[in-house]
Design a protein around this ligand. Structure first.
Ligand code: PGA
Length: 256
């Protein structure tokens, strides 16, 4: 049993209006009360951050965003800064999600700038890494993950490294219903832990939470969450309904 607290984060992607978000957060909070066994984060779209934040006031649920721009302010039409997120009491931000990499051409260097900017503003980055199906089939999974991880964390200090969350999300498992086997996931998670040891030393590496993401749902979560280096989940589809999201929190709390 590791000393790391499990973390369940919901990535709502481009779903839910502001009113829908209030309703969903209200249901989640009503179901889990002030549970303190597991860290829980919801990441609504930007337009819902404020309403979701109000609905989770007084609960143990935390607020995250799905992206941000590295600059503090300026002529970046359509973008949002870390300071803007902090002003709405966000504590986490998903960075480098594979959909951002694939559809918005985000590079490791750009993602790294965001990681640094998030940490500078006391936001905890949830840095996503993961291989495509073609990369897995070509046998380059670990190489891809290593490149994304090392480039994404370049320049992060030892002091701040423990606050970073890593999400291993095999691209072929996202939204496809194809979940990685527990062995496939644990292998990559252990590899990531080893890279963190090299980068920051063992004590810090043992503190960093490494989440699994990719079709995690209540039926497959218990086995995944029982793996030594799987410290929680970044949940897409199953985070859009209170019932399944709460079941995932319960599953994480049950892991001994
Ligand atoms: P999924 O998405 O749970 O719907 O597969 C996970 C993610 O993209 O973060």
């Amino acid at each position: 049993m590791s000393s790391r607290r499990k973390l369940i984060a919901g990535n709502w992607k481009m779903n839910k209006t502001s009113a829908d978000s209030t309703a969903l957060v209200t249901d989640i909070v009503a179901a889990i009360g002030r549970q303190a066994d597991v860290d829980v984060v919801v990441c609504p779209p930007f337009t819902s951050i404020e309403s979701a934040g109000k609905a989770l006031e007084g609960s143990t649920v935390k607020l995250g965003a799905q992206n941000m721009h590295p600059e503090a302010s300026g002529a970046f039409t359509g973008e949002i800064s870390a300071g803007m997120l902090r002003a709405l009491f966000a504590t986490h931000v998903i960075l480098g999600h594979s959909e951002r990499r694939a559809y918005f051409a985000e590079t490791d260097a750009f993602i790294n700038k965001k990681v640094i900017a998030a940490l500078k503003n006391q936001l905890k980055p949830i840095l996503c890494v993961g291989e495509t199906l073609a990369e897995r089939e070509a046998g380059s999974t670990l190489k891809v993950v290593q490149t994304q991880l090392e480039a994404g964390l370049e320049g992060v200090s030892k002091e701040l490294a423990a606050t970073v969350v890593i999400a291993y999300e095999p691209v072929w498992a996202i939204g496809t219903g194809k979940v990685a086997t527990t062995e496939q996931a644990q292998e990559v998670h252990a590899f990531i832990r080893g890279l963190l040891v090299k980068l920051f030393g063992d004590a810090i590496a043992q503190k960093v939470r490494i989440l699994y993401g990719g079709s995690m749902k209540p039926s497959n979560a218990p086995d995944l969450l029982a793996q030594k280096d799987i410290d929680g989940g970044l949940i897409g589809g199953a985070s859009l309904e209170a019932r399944s999201f709460v079941e995932l929190i319960t599953a994480a709390a049950a892991v001994k």
